[in-house]
Design a protein around this ligand. Sequence first.
Ligand SMILES: Cc1cc2nc3c(=O)[nH]c(=O)nc-3n(C[C@H](O)[C@H](O)[C@H](O)COP(=O)(O)OP(=O)(O)OC[C@H]3O[C@@H](n4cnc5c(N)ncnc54)[C@H](O)[C@@H]3O)c2cc1C
Length: 382
Amino acid sequence: MDFRLTDEQAALRESVRDFAREVVAPVIAEHYERHTFPYEVIRQMGKMGLFGLPFDEEHGGMGGDYFALCLALEELARVDSSVAITLEAAVSLGAMPIYRFGTEEQKATWLPRLLSGEALAGFGLTEPGTGSDAGGTQTRAVLDGDEWVINGSKAFITNSGTDITAMVTVTAVTGTNPDGSKELSTIIVPTGTPGFTVAPGYSKVGWTASDTHELTFDDCRVPAANLLGARGRGFAQFLRILDEGRIAIAALAVGLAQGCVDESIKYAKERHAFGRPIGDNQAIQFKIADMELKAHTARLAYYDAATRMLVGEPFKRQAAIAKLHASTIAVDNARDATQIHGGYGFMNEYPVARFWRDSKILEIGEGTSEVQRMIIARDLGL
Ligand SMILES: Cc1cc2nc3c(=O)[nH]c(=O)nc-3n(C[C@H](O)[C@H](O)[C@H](O)COP(=O)(O)OP(=O)(O)OC[C@H]3O[C@@H](n4cnc5c(N)ncnc54)[C@H](O)[C@@H]3O)c2cc1C
């Protein structure tokens, strides 16, 4: 395998890197502090085509691939994870289910706005009572004439309550399979549908400039035609979406880990103690060398998973490995970068404080580290 980037991929990485430094970096700390959504940054990301990266031009996309999305996510997260997760969730969880499983009519209705970044969509799988165990889904949808009637609630849904959120797709129990297990299906619920309520945003430890809400559905009626893909295919659909999403989260985690290296090198050269820069001490140099080692190897892991996916090879185990490794080293690097910054690392005005607060969720969202280990073990025949 050759992991060197093509000229086109390198140019994309360069342009997103410049955007992150010039447009995101100057404004994001204030959004983070105030817990506000960075609409203007998101609008500009839309103009750059980032929301359409892995989609074909026929549906309004940029004609790139999932690897291109990962490169963009890494460069954004190198500066800020709230913006990166907004893009990751919008593409991988919001638009991708419609693109992969939708009818041509559903694609025509939703994709142009989602792929231009003009609108966002959420993906509602997790519920207040169940996350890792999706078989525990309680939300129900019953077909009444030509409408689905949905009752239940979803927890922690990204991009579900912004001013530009157009819809969410939700998983719901729609019956019982012949083996007695729950029949799960996925249904599109447009924003503003009566009976669909978006709770105020959570008070989060990190990703505070991203949008996350609990959703409730109380006799919420949508047309039968809003079923996404075949009835009963909900389980298979979200497994596919989450397998891909893990590669994207790994890329985001690598970006955060690399951002920790960037900030640590800068600070180690500037900060003096005992009459010389702290970076002159081998203890600090080795810490930064180890951080670079971790970011580099985690990057190779997600490049490998993405490459396998793009050539059509099985990639489930490699995606889980990439996500598990990258999220673990992101937490490590955030802790070490904070240590290198001393007391200033504990001050929110320093990017490493944001990295620290943003790192932990990477070991939880889109499948916890324990779930990744379960996937790897199962794939090894255990
Ligand atoms: C900011 C944020 C954004 C999110 N965005 C979305 C979104 O857009 N859409 C969405 O659907 N969800 C979203 N989530 C939910 C996220 O994916 C879940 O929180 C995650 O999957 C874990 O589920 P849980 O919180 O219910 O934990 P649980 O499943 O209750 O797990 C609790 C703990 O038990 C462990 N555990 C569970 N089962 C086992 C087992 N068999 N063996 C060993 N350990 C086990 C877990 O690993 C974890 O450590 C988001 C969460 C957050 C915090």
